[in-house]
Design a protein around this ligand. Structure first.
Ligand SMILES: [Zn+2]
Ligand SMILES: [Zn+2]
Length: 277
């Protein structure tokens, strides 16, 4: 999960999302609209049997916030919470399937951007092909699937690529919010299949954006264009904008990066695999 604003646990329950599967929460920065959902999330998780730890990662002060909330609210939590404060960019979390990286952005408080990258998956094993090449079903099939060459019954060397389909490229998702425009963001979010990024202000409000350490929708779209992402989803609009105003922001962003959408609460977006036509 990326960021945890107020009432996150309520939204998760309403949307029927599999919140028990959340192993890690990545916090961009310790402003209220990005972190005050944590106590609710911790309480929600404590009401179920949970053996795996919950990781919470974010810039300095994240730990203090979690610990103070637990203490003041007398929370009895029956599983381990591991809080890691991030002070350097790099890979901060990984599993067999994906890794999460963080990088600095620039806001009125220390703030991190994140990328979530799936590893490439080996192609699908073709049993018919293996039989055809005279590799008997059994441990040799497992060896081929693991990427090793084997010897067939008629003494030929069979390479994994002869029985495996095309590699499936993993997906990349990036989450960047609460920052002024920085040219260093585009290389971090390069080739994202979905790039979620703040767009606080409309075109022409560069001075306000700079002084409040946020971005205009044009700056956000420029990053998406430079990074050659597949899709850009705007978030974190200034409360001054009505729905009609937001359509104006969208149109402005689309002049720079056409594949842009306005995100809304409770919106579900599918992240396509990069090979999807
Ligand atoms: Zn914010
Ligand atoms: Zn902020």
């Amino acid at each position: 999960m990326f960021d945890c604003g107020e009432g996150t646990q309520v939204a998760l329950k309403r949307l029927n999302l599999k919140w028990k599967k959340i192993d890690a929460i990545f916090i961009s920065h310790t402003h209220a609209d990005h972190i005050t959902g944590l106590p609710g999330m911790m309480m929600l998780s404590s009401q179920v049997d949970r053996t795996e730890p919950l990781y919470i990662m974010g810039p300095p002060k994240t730990k203090e916030y979690v610990e103070t909330s637990r203490k003041v609210l007398d929370m009895h939590i029956n599983y381990e919470i591991i809080v890691k404060e991030l002070t350097e960019p790099g890979v901060i979390y990984s599993t067999d399937e994906f890794q999460v990286r963080c990088f600095w952005v620039e806001h009125s408080k220390p703030c991190m951007g994140y990328t979530f990258e799936e590893f490439d998956r080996p192609g699908e094993f073709n049993p018919e092909k293996a039989k055809e090449l005279k590799v008997p079903c059994g441990p040799l099939w497992a060896k081929l699937q693991a990427g090793n060459s084997v010897e067939s019954e008629d003494g030929k060397i069979i390479k994994p690529e002869q029985v495996l389909g095309e590699k499936r490229k993993g997906r990349k998702f990036s989450f960047v919010t609460d920052t002024k425009y920085l040219p260093t963001i585009a290389p971090e979010v390069k080739n994202s299949d979905l790039f979620i990024c703040e767009a606080m202000f409309e075109k022409g409000m560069d001075k306000d954006a700079e002084s409040k350490k946020h971005m205009t929708c044009i700056q956000t779209a420029t990053i998406a264009k430079d990074a050659e992402v597949k899709k850009l989803g705007l978030i974190h609009y200034s409360p001054r904008y009505t729905d009609r105003d937001l359509n104006r922001l969208l149109e402005q962003a689309q002049t720079v990066f056409p594949d842009t959408i306005l995100t809304r609460d409770k919106m579900k977006l599918k992240i396509e695999y990069p090979d999807t036509p």
